[in-house]
Write a protein that binds this ligand. Structure first.
Ligand code: ZN
Ligand code: MN
Length: 433
């Protein structure tokens, strides 16, 4: 039997703001002493009042615009009620029916919504003095968190991975988040179900996917598992499953609660947010050139191959280094395609070299090659004639003396020849003399 695969993604991304979402605590919690970036607001103490971070709202709208979303001119925050130790208030401030951004499209996948919420505290489960304990670090509590939800438009693990990679690349271009899966600044949930021809009335949610590769493997495993269940005439259970990397399979974690279980209602402590057209346009105009546009421009302006342009626009740093070098190289008459090839083929550590030095090295190399073999032959002949005593010694076996001759050749060519090349020609000549 053949089935269609329906995959939807829910992606959480921590925003790179200075302060947290609803208080003034520093948002860069990673690697800091637990519970040092906290205050009554992000600890969820009764009576503490949240004040929304304007910058986080702007960054959310930037991402929404990059994903071709409509921006709601009127939106609000809502309380999502649930009980878990990482959430001391008993609710998360999120957005429900009026998110900042909705109805977008990115790489032919429809974006349902892009909304803003607060991150929860971080739980660490471990054994302490022989007891199982859970430690809570509130440094992460209240960090601005972007949630991007797609429609179930994705058909394969490969497409999902490609989508996620491009999304992370775009968000990094916007300088909104570093999207680091290992550090948890980007987290994934995958909804997956199989149907005869249309979306079925169940879905399995995959969690604990700590890398794109795990996501890919978990999706492939689920497609196979759900197909086998359906072929037996059964319906897969609606549930949340995790990925077990050791056993290379998904496993049941819990049956899924319905949306109404969260009893969403408007956050009474934060007034609704109105955005006028001017503000939205200003944010739109502040968007940098995005990866695909940059790639197309590189192809057109610098006459690069699609392959070279893709590699060079993978991140902004490399793209900027290339452009900086290319403008210097053009003045020296070096082709930009040559710059592109060298950057992509040799492992140039761009954080350790300036564009000026990089281009100068290429120029020096070019000049060295320009000493024609004929000229080099003449110079070597002259060096051998002028140093016949040395040649005799080498012939007697004093090999090391050849270095003197190499030195003479370097001097005569003003260092514009590769010493290894000069040495091998010298050896040949002495042998055949
Ligand atoms: Zn705080
Ligand atoms: Mn969420």
């Amino acid at each position: 039997m053949t089935f269609k695969t329906f995959i939807g993604l829910e992606i959480h991304i921590e925003l790179k703001t200075k302060a947290k979402m609803f208080c003034r605590c520093a948002a860069d919690y990673f690697g800091h002493e637990p519970n040092t970036h906290v205050c009554p607001v992000c600890l969820g103490l009764p009576g503490a009042l949240p004040v929304p971070n304007k910058k986080a709202i702007e960054l959310t709208i930037m991402v929404g615009q990059a994903l071709n979303c409509q921006i709601n001119s009127f939106s609000k925050f809502d309380r999502k009620n649930y009980f878990y130790p990482d959430l001391p208030k008993g609710y998360q401030i999120s957005q429900y029916d009026l998110p900042f951004c909705k109805n977008g499209e990115f790489l032919n996948v429809k974006i349902t919504r892009t909304h803003l919420e607060e991150d929860t505290a971080k739980l660490t489960h471990l054994r302490l003095d022989g007891k199982e304990v859970s430690l809570i670090d509130f440094n992460r509590s209240g960090v601005p968190l972007l949630e991007i939800v797609t429609e179930p438009d994705i058909k394969s693990s490969k497409q999902a991975k490609g989508f996620l990679k491009k999304l992370a690349q775009t968000v990094r271009y916007l300088n909104v988040s570093d999207c680091n899966m290992e550090k948890g600044s980007m987290r994934l949930e995958v909804n997956i179900s199989l149907g005869k021809d249309r979306l079925p009335d169940y879905k399995v949610e995959l969690k604990n996917l700590n890398s794109f590769r795990f996501a890919e493997k978990a999706i492939d495993y689920e497609i196979k598992r759900q197909r086998e269940t359906l072929e037996k005439g059964e319906k897969p259970i609606q549930e949340t499953r995790g990925w077990d990397e050791k056993r290379q399979r998904t496993f049941s974690q819990r049956t899924k609660e319905e949306a109404q279980d969260y009893r969403y209602f408007p956050e009474p402590d934060i007034p609704p947010i109105r955005l006028n057209e001017k503000e939205v346009t200003e944010i739109k105009n502040s968007l940098p050139e995005l990866p695909e546009e940059k790639k197309q421009r590189f192809i057109k302006v610098y006459r690069l191959s699609e392959y070279n342009a893709s590699l060079l626009t993978e991140n902004i740093k490399t793209a900027n280094f290339f452009e900086g070098s290319a403008s210097l190289a053009q003045k020296e008459g070096i082709e930009t395609s040559k710059i592109a090839n060298i950057l992509n083929n040799r492992k140039i550590n761009i954080s350790k070299i300036s564009t000026g030095k990089f281009v100068k090295d290429i120029l020096d190399e070019k000049n060295k090659v320009q000493i024609k073999d004929q000229d080099l032959d003449k110079i070597i002949k002259k060096v051998l004639e002028n140093n016949q005593e040395v040649v005799k010694e080498i012939k007697k076996g004093k090999e090391i003396a050849i270095e003197f001759l190499v030195g003479q050749v370097m001097k005569e060519t003003k260092g514009q020849v590769d010493p290894n090349h000069a040495r091998s020609i010298l050896r040949e000549k002495i042998k055949s003399a």
